[in-house]
Design a protein around this ligand. Structure first.
Ligand code: GDG
Length: 459
């Protein structure tokens, strides 16, 4: 059988970071959703990963992280500010997430976005052989598909957007909307997390970029572009294995014991305004005030991973969350019975899984989220079949996880009722729902996702 061509992955961040100095320096795999989703296929096929290492100034020399060849793209201090903090995270991120905070439009950020996208495209074209397969990821690199096509017309180019693609009413605000669409339409295959995002894209591609065609296939410049929904997932077997390990079981029992056997309500999010942490805390606060729940019976744990702290909006969210945690604890905590435990740090994967195992109720209440892997990870770790997932309708995951308790997080009254329903849910109903949820995630794990996308791209 002919082996598939070498794969070149292009993503804003690298899958590994450089550790150590001089002759002892090496690349070490870094954790994260995109990396754990894409790395397995790279390991199978072999390939090159092009990305940024997160620093300003010269890029580290190319190297290897296991079977993956790592090539870093350099960003100057000014580009980190204007391309990454600016255009990516102050214009595109909020605009693509329903403008939860106001997106800012600054002309001075657009040229650096073009320049950095050119640099990624040049590196991808250099790394790819004739008729090679190149897979570009996410909102930071939307111009890259066309830029690669201009340099290497024979390539097969795929693009996957990890965040939602907004409706016309919002996308139309973008002064550079046509350029972005034409950039994306340089790909042969464009994948989205949900059908709704794919449909939003098709509508604006026709309106602002002159594309023609159907929901699944567009034509532009006499080329055809396949558009599809392909929801991302998790390495299910890996999570099941960690959840079954004796040390993680012990850690989870320890957590339960430390929380005095109370029902644990868990939140795990990057500290980002899209994740709806304040509304979740507000609901819990009011439930304690209304005496619908008490600290004798319940405790909330919020794990909040620090994220993008120099981008506007993030510091405010942190202050708001920390203020609320302080107020709730001031009002309701008792000796040995804290109402809300708040960790603003990243845990090891094993520790995280221990919390999933200890949590009676998982609260995933984003205002908007491309997919949300945390919801799927929780489900996959619940191998005893119990536990309740409360899930926002506005997470991509809600399209698949229909047996979760689905909720509109802005409707705080219903959110409160749903949390009480989750805390009081009979074990039989928990098992019935969890069995369906687990079969959803198991049936479509991250390997199916990457295989599915690349099969279409390889066609
Ligand atoms: C973007 C999109 C889309 C979290 N805390 C810790 C930790 N995590 C890991 C989780 C999970 C990942 O981080 C978070 O992924 P999410 O999907 O929940 O959210 P985003 O970071 O916003 O991801 C999202 C995703 O891309 C993939 O396409 O689903 O919609 O916004 O894997 O486990 N990991 C460790 N310690 C922690 O404390 N080790």
């Amino acid at each position: 059988m002919k082996s598939p061509p070498r794969l070149v992955v292009v993503a804003n961040r690298l899958p590994a970071s450089r550790v150590g100095e001089g002759a002892g320096a090496r690349w070490e795999r870094s954790p994260g959703g995109l990396v754990s989703a894409v790395a397995p296929v790279m390991e199978e096929r072999g390939g090159v990963w092009i990305g940024w290492d997160g620093g300003a100034g010269p890029a580290p020399r190319p190297g290897r992280a296991g079977p993956i060849e790592v090539r870093a793209v350099a960003l100057s201090r000014g580009e980190v500010d204007r391309y990454y903090h600016g255009f990516c995270n102050t214009t595109l991120w909020p605009l693509y997430h329903d403008a939860i905070v106001n997106p800012e439009f600054h002309r001075a950020w657009w040229d650096p976005y073009i320049a950095v996208n050119q640099r990624f495209a040049a590196a991808a074209a250099r790394a790819s052989r004739r008729k090679g397969v190149i897979w570009v990821h996410d909102y930071q690199l939307q111009l890259v598909p066309r830029m690669i096509r201009e340099r290497k017309p024979s390539s097969r180019i795929g693009f996957f957007l990890h965040i939602p693609f907004p409706p016309d009413e919002l996308f139309a605000w973008l002064p550079w909307r046509s350029a972005i669409l034409r950039g994306l339409l340089g790909a042969d295959v464009i994948g989205f997390q949900t059908q709704a995002s794919a449909e939003n894209f098709v509508r604006v591609a026709k309106r602002y970029a002159g594309a023609e065609g159907t929901e699944r296939e567009l034509t532009i410049d006499r080329r055809s572009v396949r558009v599809m929904a392909c929801p991302i997932s998790i390495p299910s077997a890996e999570f099941e294995k960690i959840a079954a390990s004796p040390s993680v079981r012990r850690k989870s029992a320890e957590i339960k014991q430390q929380l005095a056997g109370r029902k644990l309500l868990l939140g795990v999010d990057r500290l980002d305004y899209t994740k709806g942490i304040p509304l979740r805390l507000a609901a819990f606060h009011e439930l304690l005030q209304d005496r619908k729940l008490s600290v004798n019976e319940c405790v909330m744990v919020q794990i909040a991973v620090p994220s993008r702290e120099s981008v506007p909006g993030y510091e405010e969210t942190r202050r708001e969350v920390e203020g609320m945690v302080g107020r709730i604890n001031g009002e309701f905590s008792m000796p040995g019975k804290v109402a809300v435990h708040y960790f603003r740090r990243s845990l090891s994967r094993e520790e995280l899984v221990a919390y999933y195992l200890a949590a009676d109720v998982m609260l995933v209440t984003p205002l908007r989220d491309g997919m949300n892997l945390v919801a799927k990870e929780y489900v996959m770790c619940r191998d005893d079949g119990t536990g309740v997932l409360v899930l926002s309708e506005f997470a991509g995951a809600a399209r698949e996880l229909r047996r979760a308790l689905l909720v509109n997080p802005r409707d705080v009254e219903t959110l409160k009722k749903t949390i009480v329903q989750a805390v009081r849910m009979p074990e039989e109903e928990q098992r019935m729902r969890m069995a369906m949820l687990r079969s959803n995630v198991r049936r479509h794990d991250v390997h199916d996702w990457s295989r599915g996308f690349l099969e279409v791209l390889d066609e």
